[in-house]
Design a binder for this molecule. Structure first.
Ligand code: GCV
Length: 720
């Protein structure tokens, strides 16, 4: 009996040792489980030859050796000399080996080449795989790419890869507070442990850098845009420097958020007026100090005169005055300023949709060369579906950065499986027609449409200190997809999903196909059960959790859902045509033309732009009310389908994550029902129309849904 108990304990311990907790993300490097392929790879990789000794090359070496050890389940020796089937990694300028026929001018600072070739060594022509670049960072990116080929079971014969990022600044924005709470964070507290920094370097910092480098992210804004000036004090700069030291070998620069009133709050000045000489001097000195601590500091991200944050308008100055003052301070060091266009004011009587454009478009051409204007993907606020922001295409003289939200503030937070690549792609691929057909948002943010010398894209991170980093295991896919698209916005959502699943779970075809299907459908499914037909901003107040289209009592008009859906006895939706707020006039006529006309406006944007009668006949032949019901109900049906499809995956992946996702999909389905019932019961008080026959009746009354409270829902951070 004792023996059986010990065996049981041993087995339990062993299974715990190998438990798949998600910490390794997509960098798992487990043994290739296809024996034929494994043998081929082993035959093709006999040794590794590494030229160089910089910290970045050391990181590349470690990654490559660890990756090969794991994937091939054998120690691949490091060799000094090239042999047959060596993998050779080197920087072009190292002069090793002399020439391999790669056009290095095309690779720039971060690109890389991976080539299968014959190289002579001591008179023999050896078959090798060369991973080379102009810079050490290019080499590291190449190593990650090569490991991905193995992880996703691709051929490594006849390689001829050239990969160059399309956008220069590929940044994660952390909305992390100094007390470690994370605004709109759903995966625990901040990974930055300010209390134990700078002396304690958590392994997570290194793994964070590895994960980011593996997908090409090269910047990290450590702090919340609702900023705390204390991060600019020496006590914190020392801690920031410690993180920068960890990230540097991985090509990641650190950035900080600059609180505009810092000169007053921590500098003892009476004003933060950007045109005041003392204030300018204060920032210059502050920047000098920052660069003493962090010589490659990236620059500042600023939220100003938005949602209560201080800014230049407090002193009757413009956003350009504010941004330029900071830009002048960081310019001598090569730093940049990312100034956010997310501005709207309750006091301004115009539609919130229009306000960023109204404020920023007139400033085009007035910003310094090292300023980028960071624009959210939609004009309101990261909703499940938004039309692209009208500033894209409207400020040709200014580099515009994209700001996506990876964290799922409005997308079911950390309990809904929503794969965001299709959402990102929809926006990136949108055509602004600013310079005729083909003037896509992608070309604006990569700088090619208007020939800008800097370009950038940011994603608000979904990372916290939960063991698996993102709370929902599929949240990792959104971090991954952001990085991959930031590197190459032409990649397809399906390809990104495919490679993420293979690296994160398994290459098993049944699993890959099934899960990919769920992922690719998930965004539209969520739109259907939350905000179909162009509804937007109808979630709970403050925590933004769950449905609350009835809220009409928040202090500011533009924080109330009723401001956005405008339901009344006639119909529903926000008239943004010329007979309404005329926000559509902010787009080129090629874009606004079809959207302005009720008959040609795509269904998915309908209620963004039109107040539509309840009995209006839709393309489907249903009335608007009927269509709304149809979409909400099909959203719930599809959420059920996601569960059923996932259930078929049992046995194809580890039990631990299988069960985790299964439980989360149950929550998602329940919440989809909640969204559907609460919204339809509420809108029915205006439409006065019945639910179509055959639809399951809501399980509760509208009063019940209205009475639900969630005082401790995560991510609120004390802000709306
Ligand atoms: C960081 C929305 C969010 C806020 C966020 C703000 C912003 O309003 O709810 O939490 O604040 O956007 O992007 O600045």
């Amino acid at each position: 009996m004792r023996k059986i108990v010990s065996l049981f304990i041993l087995l339990m311990t062993a299974s715990r040792l190998f438990a798949e907790d998600g910490y390794r993300l997509w960098l798992r490097y487990d043994k290739i489980d296809n024996s034929i392929l494994l043998q081929q790879y082993r035959n093709n990789i006999s040794s590794v030859v590494i030229n160089g000794s910089s910290p970045t090359i050391i990181a590349a070496r470690q990654e490559l050796l660890a990756g090969l050890d794991g994937l091939l389940a054998k120690k691949v020796p490091e060799a000094k000399e090239i042999k047959n089937n060596s993998i050779v990694i080197f920087k072009k300028t190292s002069g090793f080996p002399e020439t391999i026929g790669v056009d290095y001018t095309a690779l720039g600072e971060e690109g890389f080449a991976i080539s299968t070739l014959k190289l002579s060594s001591k008179g023999n022509a050896e078959d090798i795989i060369a991973i080379s670049a102009n810079t050490d960072m290019g080499v590291l990116y190449g190593v990650f790419y090569f490991l991905r080929l193995l992880q996703t079971h691709q051929s490594i014969q006849h390689l001829s890869v050239i990969s160059v990022p399309k956008i220069q600044l590929r940044i994660l924005d952390h909305w992390d507070n100094l007390n470690r709470s994370v605004e709109r964070g759903y995966a625990g507290i901040s990974i930055w442990n300010w209390h134990t920094l700078p002396d304690y370097i958590d392994q997570r910092y290194i793994d964070y850098a590895r994960a980011n480098a593996s997908i090409g992210i090269n910047g990290s804004v450590l702090t919340n845009v609702n900023a705390n000036a204390l991060v600019l004090t020496k006590t914190f700069l020392e801690k920031v420097a410690a993180l920068a030291n960890v990230f540097r070998p991985y090509g990641i620069k650190v950035y900080l958020t600059a609180r505009f009133s810092a000169p007053v709050e921590i500098g003892g000045l009476k004003t933060a007026d950007p045109l005041n000489a003392e204030v300018q001097q204060w920032w210059k000195k502050k920047v000098d100090t920052i660069y003493q601590y962090i010589p490659d500091f990236g620059g500042f991200l600023v939220k100003a005169n938005s949602e209560g944050q201080p800014g230049p308008q407090n002193y009757q100055r413009t956003h350009a005055d504010g941004a330029n003052m900071l830009a002048d301070a960081v310019a001598p060091y090569g730093g940049i300023v990312m100034w956010r266009a997310f501005v709207y004011s309750n006091e301004t009587p115009t539609d919130r949709f229009k306000q960023a454009y109204d404020e920023f478009k007139p400033l085009d051409g007035q910003f310094r060369k090292n300023v980028l204007i960071q624009v959210k993907n939609g004009p309101i606020d990261f909703q499940p579906r938004e039309p692209f922001h009208p500033l894209f295409g409207s400020m040709p003289q200014t580099p515009l950065m994209m700001e996506f939200q990876i964290t799922q503030e409005y997308l079911g937070q950390a309990t809904h499986l929503v794969y965001e690549a299709p959402l990102f792609k929809e926006c990136i691929d949108a055509d602004t027609y600013a310079k005729g057909k083909g003037s896509t948002v992608a070309k604006i943010i990569d700088g090619s449409l208007d020939n800008h010398s800097i370009s950038g894209i940011a994603g608000v991170a979904n990372i916290g200190n939960e063991r698996n980093w993102t709370g929902h295991p599929f949240g990792q896919a959104n971090w991954y997809a952001f990085g991959r698209l930031a590197w190459d916005h032409d990649l397809a959502s399906a390809q990104i999903a495919d490679e993420w699943i293979k690296q994160t779970f398994t290459n098993n075809k049944t699993f890959v196909d099934g899960v990919k299907e769920i992922m690719l459908a998930s965004r539209q499914i969520m739109v259907n059960y939350m905000t179909p037909l162009g509804l937007h901003h109808i979630m709970g107040t403050g925590n933004h959790y769950g449905p609350a289209p009835w809220v009409n009592n928040v202090g500011r008009a533009d924080w109330n859902p009723v401001y956005y859906h405008r339901a009344d006895s006639i119909g529903i939706g926000f008239d943004r045509t010329s007979s309404g707020s005329n926000a559509l006039s902010q787009y080129t006529s090629t874009v606004s033309g079809p959207w302005s006309n009720l008959k040609t406006c795509p269904d998915e944007y309908l209620l963004w732009f039109h107040h539509v009668p309840w009995n209006y006949t839709m393309r489907s032949g249903r009335t608007l009310w009927g269509e709304l019901c149809y979409q909400y109900y099909s959203g719930v049906d599809s959420a059920k389908w996601m569960q059923q499809t996932w259930n078929k995956m049992e046995g194809w992946t580890d039990e631990e994550r299988f069960r985790q996702v299964k439980m989360l999909l149950t929550i998602q389905e329940k919440e989809a029902v909640w969204w559907r019932n609460a919204c339809l019961l509420y809108f029915q008080t205006f439409s006065k129309m019945p639910l179509p026959d055959g639809y399951e009746k809501p399980g509760h009354t509208l009063e019940y849904y209205k009475g639900l409270r969630f005082p401790f829902a995560p991510g609120n951070g004390g802000n709306l």
